[in-house]
Design a protein around this ligand. Sequence first.
Ligand SMILES: Cc1ncc(COP(=O)(O)O)c(C=O)c1O
Length: 241
Amino acid sequence: MTRILDMSAEQLRTELEALEQEYASFVARGLSLNMARGKPADEQLELSMPMLDTLNSQSCWRSEDGTDCRNYGVLDGIPEAKRLMASMLDDEPENVIVFGSSSLTAMYDTVARCFNFGTTEGQPWCKETRVKWLCPAPGYDRHFAITEAFDFEMIPVPMNECGPDMDLIEELVAKDDQIKGIWCVPKYSNPGGITYSDEVVRRLASMTCAASDFRIIWDNAYCVHHLYDDVDMQDALLDIG
Ligand SMILES: Cc1ncc(COP(=O)(O)O)c(C=O)c1O
């Protein structure tokens, strides 16, 4: 199979026609599906209703280390919240920082900080003539909206059964120091539900990048969103840390 990047104008036209036909066949089915992200069903939303009644003016407001939770608190989160999140992430509480309730704002902020202030390894990305970003596709539209907002050149990388095409990624990052990062939804990635294999995780973690300030944004959004209760039926994901 020829990669899109390597196609001639004629091949691109043929590919476009084939994709348009495929798209039209989906449109013709008249489906009304939102595949953009994992939207919880009503039954799942119902599960969180009791939380709305958990706190009131009679509730205890001190965390276990004595922090008054009504006030400005600690930067990295109260111990109880760090422990809860660590249990979901299969990690240690000391590796957890609790932000606000939206991971997308945290991801936007991460990219914005690299853009404005740079990383410990390099100058601010706004000083680069061009910034490029790897986008495993199909992927998450709101990730792509962030890198688009910063006018990064987004390079699509095909998704395989085991994750993104690692041969292509390794080749690209090794030779181009303008490629500064990659979006990853490593578990049950939308829309195909693919979980990165151990080999893909290892290759991502150990690849040689021309950019010393290369960043992997590891959006493990669906770490507890298993389809089956049976542990043997759940996908396991290697810890990239
Ligand atoms: C892969 C992925 N990342 C991030 C988010 C957004 O999460 P948050 O509500 O924490 O901003 C979603 C929600 O749809 C998602 O599907």
